[in-house]
Design a protein around this ligand. Sequence first.
Ligand SMILES: [Zn+2]
Length: 692
Amino acid sequence: MKIIINILIIFTLITGCRNQTDEQQMESMKGRTEKFIGVNTVNEVIDSLLSMNSDSDRFRIERGVNQVADFWRKEDGDINMFREFCLDYFIPAGERLDVFFKKTERNTEVLTGNYTGLALQLREPLELDMGEITPIDLMIGSYNPSSHLLDDFFKNRIAFYQLLNFPFYSLDEKLKSGPEWSRKHWAFARIGDQIVARVPSGVIQSYSDILTLADTYIAEYNIYMHKLTDDSGQRHFPEGLKLISHWGLRDEIKSHYSEKEGVTKQRMVFEVMKRIVTQEIPVQVINHDKFTWNPYTNRIFIANKEEEVKQEKNIRYKYLLDIFQAVRKQDAYYPYYPTALERAFNKDMQIPRDEVEQLFVELLLSSQASEVAKLISTRMGRPLEPFDIWYSGFKPEGSQIDESLLDKRVAKTYPTKDAFESSLPLILMKLGFSREESETICSRITVDPSRGAGHAAGAEMKTEKSHLRTRIGKNGMDYKAYNIAIHEFGHTVEQTLTLYDMDYYSLKGIPNTAFTEALAFAFQKRDLELLGIKSTDPLEKHLMALDIFWSCFEIMGVSLVDIYVWEWLYENPFATADDLKEAVLKISKEVWNSYYAEIFGVKDQAILAIYSHMIAYPLYLSAYPVGHLIDYQIEEYISDKEFAGEVRRIFASGNVTPDLWMKNAVGSGISNKPLLSAVDEALSALTASHDL
Ligand SMILES: [Zn+2]
């Protein structure tokens, strides 16, 4: 969830002010789709520039002038002003362009760095342990000081100056030519990525509004579990257990694998999920504990008296439809990424949609899937049921160490925030960093007392520190907090290395969020080792491989449903919520029938459509399985190498494409292969040890 929360914060950050009516928006959309600068003017300006410059600048001239024309509107000036601007401000390749590039990098760092620091500081009363949250904290926390920056940059022409001189490259071009580019060429290309949209603030605002509504709908979708009964009137869940869909419901299924009678509870949760997906669920039981509900028969009662069910109908799908409509309104303002799918894959993830689909299908159809399924069925002593996509029984038994003993040990080592902060260099040294490196890195990280479980907020300029947020109680840190703090420490180390050790500011960071998670998990996995406790389970590595494989097997199907639903929406832009519901049910059953039905021995299941992300966080799901694969490949690669040195080498790549990053890191692009062969190994190791 961390990633999602971060994304929501960014959405709130880009919230502009509400200063356009719908009519004005429609007007400006019309203006946007018919370009103000015609093709003849563009060609004429290109010819003039070509006659004034050498032919080696042809590509930059052609692309630059077209880019300015793509964003130029009537209010920016007439055709003559456009022509004059291009002729005056084009800089041929060479020393002057290099100076402009360096200054643009500096300006970007000053602006991004300060705005990020400003927003972070303003949100401190919300995020840090600073007493009661008052209304002004909430108001200032959702205020975004940089919301007008892009508008200003079009008005003062800085945006056009960049567009004219730094070509934008499509993902396709980056994938084809990127591996041959110098670091400097990559840095120039990232400046070319800075301005890809000119969305009116009113359009951003209405999108942000609907996201907030959908988020609230999801956040308040709780089921009171002790109110559920089966056909014999029996309850199976404890009083007070309230679970949020889908996370809480899913985790409830996961938590009952070690119990003998757990399957009764799991089946009941599964019935609830089905009623949510089909929208037959009574609205009376959502977030309310007044009614007793039998999810098998879908009947509700108050004090044994049956009441009439009011089904939720299509509210769930109405939210998704509203989000789609709000997203579609932005399309016209992204000339190079004209759909939500292109933005999700080509811009944000930087992996082509077809490649993602191929990766997922390959794993879903792998022979390992049915072998692991057989193993799970043997371990459970029953045939698989659809909810076993969440089987959680591959957790290593190595963590037999009593958690209360761990709590004591951690509290003794880290009694206060300061004690934890001052020991950070020592932790890095245990991971193999030299004393000097450790001290330098940690001098750029600061520890804050957090309200939440933990968080890492990276700096965006080289005079700022990254913030590691952790919660330390009065009696010192407990093991859970320590485990999360080590994860967040991994994030802050990545944030520090990829900012301070980067050759160009424009290349700072990582290709997408999956990459920072990889390092955070690599740290977190070593948490016991860092306390001086060695794992004793020889099968740990194998169980972990099976666990990751089964999560991928589940969430890859879920992600395919997400992608196909969005494609259906673009093909049916005028669909009603009812049409959309039918489509979601059809698509999820099709995905089920293609990849799961045979293994589970049952057809036409719609369970893959239960994820809340599908409703409130558009097209984000695919990032999770891709993240798992990347994480696994990196972990495999560095397992027999020197950790610290490899981390420094690998993360020095910065923000290139994920494909190139992975080739630099582990010698091959993103692939299922290492995970699949680890599963093969695990299957034979488990057979040999008879630990089925
Ligand atoms: Zn994380």
